[in-house]
Design a binder for this molecule. Structure first.
Ligand code: CTP
Length: 409
């Protein structure tokens, strides 16, 4: 994800400095070449050797030493960076940046760079809530600095509240997002994911093997690419994607209601959820006790959410999924036409490495103009971007025909 990228990681003096080590590992594993800049206070918390060993680059700590190094030059770090990330960023560092003070290597590098700067603050809750700090953040935001909000929790100072450094994984995702092409900016993308559960009684339900991984990967990728994303999700064990409005639904009826309430304002809808086609006619209030008799379930048909969206879509772009166990193109092509879709992502769930509950998928894309694209087996994260590449191309095609999905009423 970050192959070929040069990243400067600024570490300032807070107890959360140790978490910057984990962030560094995520960045290097993602393929970035990372140059760590530490303030003097940061070195009180973590030794530079730790960052040096993991980044495989010299750690920069001293403004004057860097000036004397000919091959680097005093603004070389600022120039070579594709992005600067400061994690953790203290109130002091943020205050200095907001005031245009450049009195150490890190603040000088920030002043000298044209690259995006991402700031992940960490501090005591009262400092975080201080109006002066708020003003500094507001000012920096106005100048294009990107903030990764801290989270609530037990702070090292003993206080409980907001001020805890955001998780390194989320800071990493925000770094990736800051470097991504924003080709979905202005679009409102609605995504569904996961299974639905149709309850028989307080103990049992009918469901399927969907893990939600594909839909969540698309939601993360769409957010990275600048879309405003809403995810309506069935029950999964996955973490809510950062930056995405996540709405939970359990049954198909609940998912139907939640999807319809977000549909009007959406310009792109991608329905990756595995919705149960049937639900029990009656849900027993009490646990159904076993007996010697055979049990027959009486099932009612659930609404087909996607088909309904297809009838009401107007200029919106509608993408469906098709889970098949045979005659892939024929069955998926039928869904494309019958549900009035712009694209269908079809997978043969019997194929090894494809479909439910795995990190990979192997799909065929079908389009309205008859094009069929067979994609190789790939990670769901990578596939999410390929699906969105095709969505962007379709949006551009619609815009060319005077149909602007971003402006639907
Ligand atoms: N879908 C839906 N509502 C349903 C059933 C399916 O919105 N009640 C959507 C799914 O989210 C998916 C697409 O329709 O995007 C195709 O789902 P799939 O399960 O492959 O097919 P079905 O239409 O249910 O038909 P069948 O089960 O007969 O293959």
């Amino acid at each position: 994800m970050l192959k070929g990228k040069e990243i400067v990681l600024g570490v300032t003096g807070g107890i959360a400095a140790y978490k910057a080590v984990e962030l560094l590992r995520l960045l290097t594993r993602g393929g970035a070449n990372v140059h760590v800049v530490m303030t003097r206070a940061a070195m009180e918390f973590v030794a530079p050797l730790t960052f040096q060993t993991l980044s495989m680059n010299q750690v920069h700590t001293d403004l004057f030493k860097l000036i004397s190094e000919r091959e680097i030059g005093h603004i070389a770090l600022a120039d070579r960076a594709d992005l600067l990330v400061i994690a953790p960023a203290t109130a002091n560092c943020i205050g200095k940046l907001a005031s245009g003070i450049a009195d150490d290597l890190l603040t000088t590098t920030v002043m000298a760079t044209k690259a995006p700067v991402l700031i992940a603050p960490a501090m005591n809750v009262n400092m975080y809530e201080n109006a002066l700090f708020g003003e500094n953040v507001g000012k920096l935001r106005q100048h294009g600095f990107i903030f990764v909000e801290p989270v609530k929790g037990m702070l090292a100072c003993g206080w409980e509240g907001e001020g805890k450094l955001q998780e390194p994984q989320i800071i990493f995702e925000e770094v990736v997002a800051a470097l991504a092409v924003k080709d979905l900016a202005g679009e409102k993308v609605l995504i569904t994911a996961g299974p639905t559960r149709e309850e028989l009684d307080p103990v049992r339900y009918l469901s399927n093997h969907s893990s939600g991984k594909m839909g969540y990967a698309i939601a993360r990728a769409a957010y990275r690419r600048g879309a405003k994303v809403t995810l309506v999700t069935g029950p999964t064990s996955l973490k809510e994607p950062y930056g995405v409005e996540t709405i939970k639904a359990v049954s198909a009826a609940e998912m139907h209601e939640k999807v319809l309430s977000c549909f009007t304002e959406s310009s792109v809808i991608i329905k990756a959820a595995a919705v149960a086609d049937y639900r029990p006619r009656l849900r027993a209030d009490k646990k159904i006790k076993k007996s010697d008799k055979t049990v027959t379930l009486d099932l009612l048909k659930n609404p087909d959410i996607l088909a309904e969206l297809g009838r009401r879509k107007e200029a919106r772009l509608l993408v469906g999924f098709a889970a098949e166990t045979g005659d892939l193109e024929k069955n998926a092509g039928k869904k494309l036409v019958e549900k009035n879709l712009d694209m269908v992502v079809a997978n043969d769930i019997c194929q090894a490495g494809a479909g439910f509950n795995v990190d990979t998928n192997c799909v065929t894309l079908l389009f309205r103009d008859g094009r069929v694209e067979n994609l190789p087996l790939m990670q769901k994260d990578a596939l999410a971007d390929v699906i969105l590449d095709r969505v962007v191309a379709l949006l551009r095609g619609k815009a060319g025909q005077g149909l602007l999905p971003g402006t639907v009423t």
